[in-house]
Ligand binder design. Structure first.
Ligand SMILES: Nc1ncnc2c1ncn2[C@@H]1O[C@H](COP(=O)(O)OP(=O)(O)OP(=O)(O)O)[C@@H](O)[C@H]1O
Length: 277
């Protein structure tokens, strides 16, 4: 059906709206990831290519055309983790997840607080909609109610499962000693050690809320959607967990998303890279 006979049809409008929607969703998927810089590079590359075409610079335009084809394949290889995360986000079920109960959440926060106070490193992933089974499989399966003493015992320095991350499903601890995917340590996060980068890495490829207690600094932080928040005190941690697990904010609403990019207090760049376990 034409709106103006012979010109724009309703189908055309729908077509343009759908393309705009897809472009916007694509932008949301890459914003905040290292792919943004590459995207800028691609835009510059395309602009130079278009200019070469317009000006009739045949050799340059031929070379850029060839490089573009090869570059497309290189991008798929280079950004395999980001592509995987993006597809996972697209296919993520929209229903409600069963998060930890109020009491379990209090215990999680209290345990992290106590571990941080004693400078015991800890890494805890709270499952939301994305199943964390494949990461749980890298560790030791357990099935225990969340409690402060249990979590403290798990991360105690000489405990057999203190290395790696713990996974929480609902109000239960389901695995410990798990290996999470490491954020590559580029860009904003190059100065962070592996515990923090494992938290960021897992939060990048899943929708898990990941808690970190730092052994070196005795600080507590939350990673979500590939970003690491700032140091939190106990009250802030509880508030943030409640907001993330019960109020369901979207990424743009995260209070810590931007503050996190500031350098860590009292830390020279590069000083966190090789901490101990
Ligand atoms: N891929 C991973 N998945 C889960 N845990 C990991 C992973 N890589 C490292 N860890 C944990 O992080 C510990 C090393 O932390 P490291 O000191 O390098 O990091 P950090 O971010 O500086 O943390 P901290 O501030 O606690 O020292 C390891 O002993 C292990 O427990």
């Amino acid at each position: 059906m034409s709106l103006i006979p012979g010109s724009v049809s309703l189908r055309d409008v729908l077509d343009v709206l759908l393309v705009a929607f897809l472009v916007y969703q694509g932008y949301l998927l890459v914003v905040g990831t290292r792919a943004v810089n590459v995207l800028r590079g691609i835009v510059v590359f395309a602009a130079v290519w278009a200019a070469a075409e317009l000006l009739g610079l045949t050799t340059l335009s031929y070379l850029l055309g060839r490089a573009g084809t090869v570059g497309l394949f290189a991008l798929v290889v280079l950004f395999q983790p980001e592509l995987r995360a993006a597809l996972e986000r697209v296919g993520r079920p929209r229903g409600r997840e069963t998060g930890p109960s109020g009491a379990a959440l209090q215990d999680l926060a209290r345990a992290l607080e106590r571990l941080a106070e004693r400078k015991t490193g800890a890494l805890i992933a709270i499952e939301r909609r994305t199943p964390l089974g494949e990461y749980a499989a890298t560790g030791v399966q357990i099935d225990a109610v969340i409690s402060v003493p249990f979590l403290e015992a798990l991360f105690a320095r000489n405990a057999p499962l203190h290395d790696g991350g713990v996974i929480v499903q609902g109000s239960r601890v389901v695995a410990a000693g798990c290996l999470f995917p490491l954020q590559p340590g580029d860009g904003t996060y190059r100065r962070y050690g592996t515990r923090h980068r494992a938290a960021i890495g897992l939060s990048e490829v899943t929708d898990a809320v990941v808690l970190v207690a730092s052994e070196e600094r005795g600080s507590m932080r939350v990673a979500l959607a590939g970003r690491l928040g700032p140091d939190l005190n106990g009250t802030e941690l509880r508030e943030q967990l409640r907001a993330l697990l019960y109020d369901r904010p979207v990424l743009g609403d995260l209070p810590f998303a931007r503050r996190a990019e500031a350098p860590e207090p009292g830390r020279a760049p590069g000083s966190e890279g090789g901490g101990s376990a």
